[in-house]
Design a protein around this ligand. Structure first.
Ligand code: ZN
Length: 398
């Protein structure tokens, strides 16, 4: 199963000025024979909704033209996927299928932009980790997607055996001597550790990991950490004791604990920072309108989304500006606006600008972002202009 990648989402965001319709379909593949029922039912519902909408004829035509692509994708899906996301638009030449390793609810959306909120929510809410289990003689790498570790293929457990085979000069006697050396002087000069650093770096490069977890004896992980390049060293989210293993189930507990701890720490740190800034009214944007302004003006350094995912917003069909309220007419260019999901707008914009974003889970009993209207952002600079009265009026209330 291919994990969701940044690129996989980004190609869905690359048509900012298109006004033609896109069908976005999420299909639950875990339900036996669910799809036929789903398609028939959803078609009926959509047809009804579309008939009631203003752009009825165009929308109906687009829906019918693109549903066949959805059916085809479902018929042709490979086994193993728990769900499928299909984005189809004949008018744009878009036909993008994303197999999902997590269950989704059946959903069909017809809009002028792909409905990617479930993908983005997964991307931000369930980050991927690279896990290195290491001792003085072995390295084993795992990847955890959504907290489920998998052994990484192609990385031999006994890396030092490979080194010996590849480099005959690294003989048994030398290794024995080196082991003694390790005990006395640490592991920094060890060829095996350099090899380990390279293996970790190769796996890290180009992938979408939120952090690196180092497991092993404390003195070994500390030594490895010292040898990591700066970016990888900064990416280490935890070090913990762990005996050498190649079995994912042996590190599952560690990963879960580390992820929970990391999440808890991160949430506490972010909320502490937020409360400080709220107290001082300093470099903080509250609510979807201000957060979207900050993102669009490149002023946001961290976005924090509470438990809400259904904040209504709008997007100008002419200039493309996004609003955190259901505006009808764009206050900047007087263009007509379409209703959007402001949370999706914020998530996709944060992804595009590579702005860090934290999502609190949907099922929290209390929303820590309630006083901010569901979302806030830490800023590097205050707005250098104030929205005029018309903007303020247009984007408030309603
Ligand atoms: Zn506009």
């Amino acid at each position: 199963m291919m994990p969701i990648t940044r690129r996989g989402i980004e190609i869905l965001l690359d048509a900012p000025d298109r006004k033609d319709y896109v069908v976005s379909a999420y299909v639950d593949l875990t339900v036996k024979d669910g799809f036929n029922t789903f398609v028939e039912q959803e078609l009926k519902n959509q047809a009804r909704a579309v008939a009631e909408a203003l752009a009825g004829a165009d929308a109906r035509k687009a829906l019918e033209a693109n549903l066949e692509a959805v059916r085809r994708a479902v018929r042709g899906h490979n086994n193993g996927a728990k769900g499928l996301a299909v984005f189809a638009s004949e008018a744009r030449g878009l036909n993008h299928v994303v197999p999902l390793d997590f269950p989704v609810e059946n959903l069909l959306v017809l809009d002028d932009e792909p409905f990617v909120l479930p993908l983005l929510e997964r991307w931000y809410g369930e980050p991927n980790y690279l896990i290195a289990v290491i001792d003085s003689r072995h390295l084993h790498l795992f990847e955890a997607h959504s907290g489920v570790p998998e052994s990484v293929k192609g990385i031999e457990r006994e890396v030092d055996v490979d080194i010996q085979r590849d480099k005959p000069r690294f003989n048994y006697k030398k290794r024995f001597a080196q082991t003694a050396h390790e005990r006395l002087h640490g592991l920094d000069d060890d060829g095996f550790f350099k090899q380990a650093v390279e293996a970790i770096g190769a796996r890290w490069k180009g992938a979408d990991f939120a952090g690196l977890i180092l497991l092993g004896p404390a003195e070994v992980t500390a030594a490895l950490r010292r040898l990591l390049p700066k970016d990888l060293e900064n990416a280490v989210v935890d070090e913990a004791p762990q005996a050498m293993t190649s079995r994912p189930e042996d590190v599952a507990d560690d990963v879960e604990r580390v992820m929970d701890q990391w999440r808890t720490d991160r949430e506490r740190t972010l909320l502490d920072e937020l409360r400080e800034r709220w107290k001082e009214s300093h470099l903080v944007a509250d609510g979807p309108t201000d957060v979207l302004d900050a993102l669009q003006q490149g002023r946001a350094t961290q976005v924090i989304v509470g438990r809400r995912r259904d904040i209504p917003g709008a997007r100008c069909a002419d200039c493309g500006y996004r609003f955190g309220a259901p505006v009808q007419t764009c206050p900047y260019c007087q263009g007509p606006c379409r209703t959007t999901n402001a949370v999706q707008s914020i998530l996709r914009m944060a992804l595009r600008h590579k702005t860090p974003l934290h999502l609190f889970p949907r099922n929290l009993p209390n929303d820590p972002l309630e006083r901010a209207g569901g979302v806030a952002a830490l800023l590097r600079a205050e707005a250098n202009w104030a929205p005029d009265a018309a903007t303020a009026q247009a984007t408030q209330g309603r």
